[in-house]
Design a protein around this ligand. Structure first.
Ligand code: UD1
Ligand code: F6R
Length: 371
C-alpha cells in the first residue's frame, strides 16, 4: 500500500523518521541523573565479551549493505578499539580471503538471503569465526545461520533500491559500536553525545526531507546529463558510494562515488566545465581538507554542487558560483544517515523525470539469490 505516495521508493524515503524510530525502539536507555546513557541490543548481550576480545571485526555485505557497513566503520573502530576490515562478499570468496577463529564477522544484509553473503557466511562458519547478522528479515537464512545478531526492524522494503534499510543499518551498526565500546570512562562523553544524537535523529531526517522540492529542481537541471561524480571522505566516503549507486541504479545515469583523497591520483583529469560534481563537505574532522578539494575543483572550472552543514554556504563556496545543498548538522558518525537523504530524493526525481521505472529498475531484482 503506497498510501499518499506514487511509488514505493518515494514512500520508503519519506517514512525514514518512523523507520529509524522503530529501529531504535527499546534499544537506547537514558538513565536517571546519575545513570549513564546506554545501548541494549538483546541479541548480542551474551556475546559482547567475545567480540571485544576478537582480533578483528570484519564487515561483509554487497551493494547498499556494504556501503552501510563502510559508513559505520570509523565509529566501530573508534569505540571498539578493534581494527575493522571491509569485505565485499563475492570478493572474499573469489580470493578465498583469510578469516580466523579469533575474528568477529558481521554479515549485513537487508533481505538476509543474498547468495554471495550467504556463501561468505558458510565460509566464515567453517573457519570458526563468531558470525553476527544484521538483517531486516526475521527468519531469513542469515538470521537463522548466524550465532547472534540484530534485526534492524526497518519494516518491509519494497522498492528495489534500498533506502530506509540503509539508514537503519547504519543506526544499528552505530548502536553496535556503542555496545561493543562498553563503558570506558575516557569515551563516556563521546558515547553520550552519540546517544543524544540518535534520539534526535528522526527529527533531523524530518528536516532534511524538506529538501524534496530543491532536489526535484536539481534533478531538472541534471536530467540530460551523461554522468555525475560524487566526492566524499571519512564518514561520508560511504555517502559518495551510496549516493552514486542510487543515481545509477534507478535513474540509469552513470555515476561514480570517489574518495576525495584520491582526487589527484586520476579523477581530476575528468574535471571540466560540463561534468556535474557533488562534493560532500559537511562539518567533521575532514572539513578543511574538503574545502581545499573544492578550491582545487573550482580552479579547474568544475561544475560544483556542494553539500554542506546549515549556515556554511559561504565558507564552502566563497564568492558564490556553486550550487549548495544545506543539511542539518548531527554528530559526525551519524551524519551519513542525514546526508544520504538528498541523494535518495535526487535519484528518485531524476528517475521519474527521465521516465524510468523507479520501483523496479531495468535488470535488477530486490533479492539477489543467485551468484
Ligand atoms: C527481541 C524480539 C522483539 C522483542 C524484544 C523484547 C524477535 C525477532 N525479536 O528483540 O520482538 O520486542 O526482543 O525484548 O523475536 N539474531 C541472529 N542473527 C541475526 C539477527 C538476529 O542470530 O541476523 C538473533 C539475535 O541474536 C537474537 C534474536 O535473533 O537472539 C532476536 O534479535 P533482535 O530481534 O535483534 O533482538 P531484540 O531487539 O532483543
Ligand atoms: C541497492 C540494493 C542492493 C542490495 C544488495 C544486497 O539499492 O538494494 O545493492 O543492497 O543486493 O542486498 P541485501 O542487503 O538484501 O543483502
Amino acid at each position: 500500500n503506497k498510501g499518499k505516495y506514487k511509488h514505493y521508493m518515494q514512500k520508503e524515503i519519506h517514512e525514514q523518521p518512523e523507520s529509524l524510530t522503530t529501529t531504535m525502539r527499546g534499544r537506547l536507555l537514558r538513565g536517571g541523573s546519575c545513570k549513564a546513557k546506554t545501548v541494549l541490543l538483546g541479541g548480542l548481550k551474551d556475546h559482547l565479551k567475545t567480540i571485544r576480545r576478537s582480533r578483528r571485526i570484519v564487515f561483509i555485505g554487497c551493494g547498499t549493505s556494504y556501503n552501510a557497513a563502510l559508513a559505520a566503520r570509523p565509529i566501530m573502530e573508534e569505540l571498539s578499539g578493534v581494527p575493522v576490515t571491509m569485505e565485499i562478499a563475492s570478493d572474499l570468496l573469489d580470493r578465498q580471503g583469510l578469516i580466523y577463529r579469533e575474528d568477529t564477522v558481521v554479515f549485513v544484509s537487508q533481505s538476509g538471503e543474498t547468495a554471495d553473503t550467504l556463501l561468505a557466511l558458510e565460509y566464515a562458519l567453517e573457519k570458526g569465526a563468531l558470525c553476527v547478522g544484521i538483517t531486516n528479515t526475521v527468519g531469513s537464512v542469515i538470521d537463522r545461520n548466524t550465532h547472534c545478531g540484530v534485526h534492524i526492524n526497518a519494516g518491509c522494503e519494497i522498492g528495489v533500491a534500498s533506502t530506509k534499510a540503509y539508514t537503519s543499518q547504519i543506526v544499528v551498526m552505530a548502536m553496535l559500536a556503542l555496545a561493543i565500546g562498553g563503558d570506558t570512562i575516557s569515551k563516556q562523553e563521546r558515547r553520550e553525545a552519540i546517544i543524544d544524537g540518535l534520539f534526535d535523529l528522526p527529527n533531523k531526517i524530518r528536516e532534511v526531507l524538506k529538501l524534496d522540492q530543491e532536489m526535484k529542481d536539481l534533478a531538472k537541471l541534471l536530467i540530460a546529463e551523461q554522468s555525475l561524480l560524487v566526492f566524499g571522505r571519512g564518514y561520508n566516503y560511504a555517502t559518495a558510494l551510496e549516493g552514486a549507486l542510487k543515481v545509477k541504479e534507478v535513474a540509469l545515469m552513470h555515476s561514480e562515488g570517489i574518495l576525495a583523497g584520491e582526487m589527484k591520483h586520476g579523477p581530476l583529469a575528468l574535471v571540466d566545465e560540463n561534468l556535474p560534481i557533488v562534493v560532500i563537505a559537511t562539518r567533521d574532522a575532514c572539513f578543511s581538507k574538503q574545502q581545499s578539494v573544492i578550491q582545487q575543483l573550482r580552479a579547474r572550472k568544475g561544475r560544483l554542487i556542494v553539500m554542506c552543514s546549515k549556515g556554511d554556504a559561504a565558507s564552502v563556496c566563497p564568492g558564490g558560483g556553486c550550487r549548495v545543498i544545506e543539511v542539518p548538522q548531527v554528530e559526525d558518525c551519524l551524519q551519513p544517515v542525514v546526508n544520504i537523504v538528498p541523494f535518495q530524493l535526487l535519484a528518485y526525481h531524476l528517475t521519474v523525470l527521465r521516465g524510468y521505472n523507479v520501483d523496479q529498475p531495468r535488470n535488477l531484482a530486490k533479492s539477489v539469490t543467485t551468484q
